[in-house]
Design a protein around this ligand. Structure first.
Ligand code: SAM
Ligand code: DTB
Ligand code: SF4
Length: 368
């Protein structure tokens, strides 16, 4: 890992606060020692204002800082690949305003039953053969029922036996349910905070922010690694994007994996006509996530299909080091695996922790 770049003072930034951050403070922040956050023994809290101050930095300064933090903790040319499968689609009782799977909205997504084990294992084998290191299974549930949990634990065991890391996202969990998943060998549980507390109520009414925090606590206490992030581009303000990151970064410990989703506006949902976020603001969000959660895998998640290669490259430069890999997310399209392999080859990126037999990008797959 290279640490050649000019150091920064992350603590100074935290102290600096929001709009008060002027050119001098910015300069100070880019000149002082880089490893403050990484070396801190006690976790420090991030104020929303300090994270807003990161967003307000000149774009190049912010990217530079994010790269420095990234390089202290990760190989900057390695990207972790997770493949997603919807094991139970549609008909969800929740009213998340972005989601095509909610039964509250007429989106054309048909409700289906939980997939059989053999179909799940087939998809997992295919994901492994393509080079994924983690297999994430998602269900459109408010929370899993007892009988569902029995069946999903078999999926965890089967996918693990294939040599893949496992992740599930099944909605809210009670403490005992989290323990059952841990006992089955589940590595990660995804449950997003989705947005800042002061914006959340405009998007979802059927579960509270505290419900989400409680689930994360149950997952953490059971010893499962936490995957939690959110969505941007839902009409939130910059302060609210900072507010989401503050919530995540101040979890003790912060999540091992942080998906940053760019809203995929789905016809029929209340957010179908949401104003798209400025692409550079999206990159800023990735950079701020990297700086505030230095050791987390920051996942460039939903929305890649709508991004060009240059924007994705900026996201990687800003510290994203994980993607969903494979042609589908849950109900929407994701870039074809071949397109991702070509992008990786053009950028000199490689898959982190891929199975040895995973196909490496051939020179002729490199797009012009
Ligand atoms: N039902 C479970 C839950 O809500 O926790 C798991 C599945 S849910 C679809 C997982 C996450 O996908 C959501 O928390 C949200 O962040 C993301 N998501 C859903 N629809 C999206 C969309 N249209 N655009 C971007 N992200 C989306
Ligand atoms: C996450 O944060 N993003 C993924 C995963 N966790 C489960 C889901 C994205 C869903 C995008 C809309 C869809 O495909 O339905
Ligand atoms: Fe249901 Fe999850 Fe979609 Fe919300 S995000 S409607 S809980 S599937």
């Amino acid at each position: 890992m290279s640490t050649c770049a000019t150091p920064i003072d992350v603590s100074a930034l935290r102290r600096a606060g929001g709009s008060a951050l002027g050119a001098d403070a910015r300069q100070a922040a880019t000149k002082a020692a880089a490893t403050a956050a990484a070396q801190a023994t006690a976790p420090q809290r991030w104020s929303v204002a300090a994270i807003e101050a990161l967003f307000e930095l000149p774009f190049m300064d912010l990217l530079h800082q994010a790269q420095q933090v990234h390089r202290q903790h990760f190989d900057p040319n390695a990207v972790q690949l997770s493949t997603l499968l919807s094991i139970k689609t549609g008909g969800c009782a929740e009213d998340c305003g972005y989601c095509p799977q909610s039964a509250h909205f007429d989106t054309g997504v048909e409700a289906s039953k939980l997939l059989p084990l053999d179909e799940v294992l087939q998809a997992a084998s295919a994901a492994k053969a393509q080079g994924a290191s983690r297999f994430c299974m998602g269900a459109a549930w408010r929370s899993p029922k007892m009988r569902d949990l029995q069946r999903v634990t078999e999926m965890v065991q089967g996918v693990r036996a294939l040599g893949l890391e496992t992740c599930m996202t099944l909605g809210m969990l009670e403490a005992e349910q989290a323990q059952q998943l841990k006992d089955a060998g589940l590595d990660y549980y995804n449950h997003n905070l989705d947005s800042a507390p002061d914006f959340y109520g405009q998007i979802i009414s059927t579960r509270t922010y505290q419900d989400r925090l409680d689930t994360l606590e149950h997952v953490r206490s059971a010893g499962i690694k936490v995957c939690s992030g959110g969505i941007v581009g839902m009409g939130e303000t910059r302060a609210q994007r900072a507010g989401l990151l503050a919530q995540l970064a101040n979890l003790e410990p912060y999540p091992e994996s942080v998906p940053i989703n760019n809203l995929v506006p789905m016809p029929g949902t209340p957010l179908a006509d949401a104003e798209p976020i400025d692409p550079f603001e999206f990159v800023r969000t990735i950079a701020a996530a990297r700086i505030t959660m230095p050791r987390a895998l920051v996942r460039l998640s939903a929305g890649r299909e709508q991004m060009d290669d240059a924007l994705q490259a900026l996201c990687f430069a800003a510290g994203a080091n994980s993607i969903f890999y494979g042609d589908r997310l849950l109900t929407t399209a994701n870039p074809q695996a071949a397109r991702d392999r070509a992008l990786f080859a053009r950028l000199g990126l490689r898959a982190q922790g891929a199975a040895p037999e995973a196909p490496q990008p051939a020179p002729d797959q490199v797009a012009g």
